[in-house]
Write a protein that binds this ligand. Structure first.
Ligand SMILES: NC(=O)c1ccc[n+]([C@@H]2O[C@H](COP(=O)([O-])OP(=O)(O)OC[C@H]3O[C@@H](n4cnc5c(N)ncnc54)[C@H](O)[C@@H]3O)[C@@H](O)[C@H]2O)c1
Ligand SMILES: O=c1ccn([C@@H]2O[C@H](COP(=O)(O)OP(=O)(O)O[C@H]3O[C@H](CO)[C@@H](O)[C@H](O)[C@H]3O)[C@@H](O)[C@H]2O)c(=O)[nH]1
Length: 351
């Protein structure tokens, strides 16, 4: 299978999809981005990619794109992903993550596309006492986001078995950081991700970081996550594509480093980078949060030969901060620079 055939990247104007598009282009693989810009940003689409604005659920458009560009593989990032939003709006999450994925898979089958890399999530696992969760750990999502992604995984596996669509489902843990050369980063307005929000606070764009819950059964009482640098994750997608093009079987792979960091540890990393205390506000637990989630991440190394190159909380936080500073300095002078409110509706204590 030729390396030079274009791949379709759904959600390529988004945070992870734009980094993966860059990694593909860097590897000499042509990219066609399909994105409806519901949360994405046109500026994130790399210059070298073809951009088509539209939805994965638009079967007519998707079929035309697959055939016109002779697509042999789809990297499917497009989706809805804020855990707490999914609790408030489950049907919207099922519509985008399940119904639109079904429509995309159907378009792939009709056009004879046999390879897909699917953006899944660690949120398919339920709360667990295990220090690390492997791919064979029981799935027991506790939020509509997690269950919609798990359902999409199952649907793709069943469609694959019947119609020859081989799917690599990549279960990302917590993705953070930005491209080292500053070519893209996380544009998301009103983002809810911990490291992004903390870096917005550190650069004066928000007044404080809400710490959602300090009474979990974790070493310092705050939640623990396995943060993976977005550039390492992007590279995993290039490797997954090559694996499928070599004839690799359908597979499910955790994407993480196997190291947990607490919310408090993230705060300390930001403070190390800036040399200043980060303004914090203690807040109630956030609905849908799991106390600790750390990947057992051997399978991805064995299956894809993946070797992360951007590991370490300080490195991840450093690149996120560099991105926030870059976005601030690129802003037009007349743009509003007032700090936005912090994320919690119900702050309890300032310290
Ligand atoms: N960010 C994380 O920590 C994380 C963790 C686990 C899994 N994921 C998954 O990774 C994927 C990408 O996440 P992200 O962080 O880059 O989010 P993002 O919001 O930056 O990117 C999603 C992109 O998809 C587009 N999109 C959404 N629905 C679409 C549709 N129906 N048709 C076309 N385009 C559509 C959006 O406009 C956006 O550009 C998602 O599927 C998400 O569930 C993300
Ligand atoms: O302002 C904030 C933001 C987050 N947190 C905490 O930080 C941790 C991580 O939260 P967040 O960065 O929002 O990530 P998750 O809720 O863990 O979810 C992310 O990671 C999942 C995989 O683990 C993905 O599936 C989701 O798409 C992605 O949003 C949680 O304990 C939050 O309560 C805060 O205390 N304050």
């Amino acid at each position: 299978m030729s390396e030079n055939r274009p791949v379709l990247v759904t959600g390529g104007a988004g945070y992870i999809g734009s980094h993966a598009s860059l990694a593909l282009l860097d590897a000499g693989i042509p990219v066609v981005v399909l994105d409806n810009l519901c949360t994405g940003d046109r500026r994130a689409v790399p210059d070298g990619a073809t951009f088509i604005q539209g939805s994965t659920g638009d079967a007519g458009l998707v079929g035309d794109v697959l055939r016109f560009f002779q697509i042999d593989a789809v990297l499917h990032f497009a989706g809805s992903l804020v855990v707490s939003d999914s609790v408030a709006n489950p049907l919207g999450y099922w519509r985008n993550n399940v119904c639109n994925t079904l429509s995309l898979a159907d378009s792939c089958v009709r056009a004879g596309v046999e390879r897909m890399v699917f953006s899944s999530t660690a949120a398919v696992y339920g709360p667990s006492d295990a220090a690390m969760v492997g791919e064979d750990a029981p799935t027991a999502p506790i939020t509509p986001y997690g269950s919609s992604k798990l359902s999409a995984e199952r649907m793709l596996a069943e469609a694959g078995a019947a119609h020859g669509l081989r799917v690599a489902a990549l279960r990302y843990f917590n993705v953070a950081g930005a491209d080292g050369a500053g070519r893209t980063g996380q544009y998301t307005a009103g983002a809810t991700h911990l490291i992004k929000v903390a870096c917005e606070v550190a650069t004066g764009q928000r007044d404080a970081l809400d710490v959602f819950g300090e009474d979990y059964g974790t070493p310092d009482g705050t939640c623990v996550r396995d943060f993976i640098h977005v550039s390492d994750l992007a590279e995993a997608h290039v490797l997954a594509l090559r694996y499928l093009r070599r004839g690799g079987e359908a597979t499910t792979l955790n994407c993480g480093y196997g190291t947990g960091h607490s919310v408090r540890a993230v705060v300390r990393a930001v403070e190390r980078e800036t040399g200043r205390p980060l303004p914090l506000r203690r807040a109630e637990r956030r609905p849908g949060d799991i106390p600790a989630l750390v990947a057992r991440a051997d399978r991805i190394r064995q299956t894809l030969g993946w070797q992360p190159r951007h590991q370490g909380l300080d490195r991840i936080v450093g690149s996120s901060l560099a991105w926030e500073r870059r976005m601030l300095s690129d802003r037009r002078p007349d743009e509003d620079r007032k700090p936005r409110p912090a994320t919690s509706a119900r702050p309890m204590l300032t310290h």
